[in-house]
Design a binder for this molecule. Structure first.
Ligand code: C5P
Length: 408
């Protein structure tokens, strides 16, 4: 997916071993549709060559403010004016200090200073040794550049090239790509607190067995990511799934429907939007055995009795805040036929303003899906696409309905 199509980026490299990650970053940015102009400090050229960066970006690299290739000899002006954003990755402790002071005696800091701040955002991906990162001078400089309008991306934690372990590693190339995509996403959900359930539940039979289903959690996780990118504060209550938590999303892992209900009721107090994508088990064993149920060799089988699980969505949709219009509830329906009819009936039964129907066997575990949105006004189809694209579209659809319905 060309998520950065049409974007032109200046990628600035300052000196640091993390320059090796910037080679991969250029590839990812160009594969996502961006054009990338690389600018390197003299120190950066000690770590990776301009030749490598030129080959990967397809553009001659700038390293020098006196570069005579520019007709007006003003590379700092020309390069900064045409960019949709400037990303410094790696951004060294020294470069942060230079930005904080407004220094401009070499091309990269010069073009950062010369950029039109209201039109060309500056993003920084710090990279340094953990002691340098923790030093009050670095933290002071970071606070200063953030106050001056730069967006400071996080750092990773882990093994460092120097052999030490701690905070200060540059984010991985894939994480930086995600951060840029998020940065450019319109903030349709700014100010919203979105609570999402995702994945299956696991209902214990005994300490080693249980009942679950084939929900992968992919749709709910994709919605969590899209909502976060759209500016919402997102809490994701996830059943047992093997999916990475989208950046910036708060995740609460649960097992059973009862655990999920407890977590949701707690979190729903502050939420403004609730999206229930979880495939909650309808029933659970009436009694989970305290010890493993043993096969005794006689051929007799255990008898399981079931009780119905609470309906989390219906419970939240009936809560006073939801009824007062302060918590907008969105349900999902996985059907196998007659989607419109079944999903419309489910919308009424659950008492939610928006219900999203999909065909169960066509979505479980898949990377793509098709959705049918049903609200009081009627229905609308979001045709087959990746769950990523559908999640982005759904977020826009929800945001549009919030402006119509929400009472502050
Ligand atoms: O009734 P059904 O399971 O088809 O309803 C699906 C919708 O209700 C989904 O949004 C699902 O997350 C939610 N649900 C729930 N708690 C249940 C059952 C379903 O929140 N116990």
């Amino acid at each position: 997916m060309m998520e950065l199509a049409g974007k032109h980026l200046v990628l600035g490299l300052s000196g640091g071993i993390a320059c090796y990650k910037s080679a991969e970053l250029v590839r990812l940015l160009t594969q996502a549709g961006a054009s990338v102009q690389v600018v390197m400090t003299e120190a950066a050229t000690q770590f990776i060559t301009p030749t490598t960066m030129q080959a990967l970006s397809g553009r001659a690299v700038y390293t020098d403010q006196w570069d005579a290739r520019e007709g007006n000899n003003m590379a700092h002006i020309n390069l900064s004016r045409e960019a949709d954003a400037i990303l410094i990755a790696p951004c060294s402790a020294d470069f942060i200090a230079r930005l904080a002071q407004g220094r401009s005696d070499e091309l990269l800091s010069l073009l950062c200073l010369a950029r039109p701040t209201e039109r060309v955002p500056l993003l920084l991906a710090p990279a340094m040794n953990r002691e340098m990162w923790a030093h009050p001078a670095t933290q002071r400089n970071l606070a200063q550049v953030a106050q001056d309008g730069a967006t400071v991306l996080g750092v990773g934690c882990g093994a460092q090239a120097c052999g030490e372990v701690g905070d200060g590693r540059m984010l991985e190339a894939a994480e930086l790509l995600q951060a840029l995509i998020a940065f450019f996403t319109p903030k349709h959900l700014a100010g919203q607190r979105v609570l999402i359930t995702a994945g299956p539940t696991f209902e214990a039979i005994d300490p080693v067995r249980g009942i679950t289903n084939l929900s992968s959690g992919k749709m709910g996780f994709a919605i969590a990511r899209a909502a976060q990118e759209a500016g919402a504060e997102v809490t994701l209550v996830a059943g047992p799934v093997h999916l990475p938590t989208p950046p910036g999303v708060r995740r609460i892992n649960v097992q059973s429907a009862q655990n999920m209900l407890a977590a949701v009721e707690e979190q729903a107090r502050a939420a403004t939007v609730f999206i229930a994508t979880a495939a909650v088990a309808d029933w659970r064993p009436a009694q989970a055995a305290a010890q493993k149920i043993k096969k005794d060799g006689s051929g007799s089988t255990p008898t399981l009795a079931f009780v119905e699980n609470p309906d989390i969505l219906a419970a939240v949709a009936q809560s006073p805040r939801a009824r007062a219009g302060q918590l907008y509830c969105v349900g999902f329906a996985a059907e196998s036929e007659n989607l419109l009819q079944h999903a419309s009936a489910k919308r009424q039964r659950k008492g939610v303003p928006l219900l999203v129907g999909n065909i169960g066997p066509a979505t479980f575990g898949q990377d793509d899906n098709a959705l049918l949105l049903i609200d009081a006004q009627g229905h609308r189809e979001l045709p087959r696409a990746s769950k990523r694209v559908l999640a982005q579209q759904l977020v826009v659809e929800i945001a549009r309905r919030l402006t119509r319905t929400q009472t502050p």
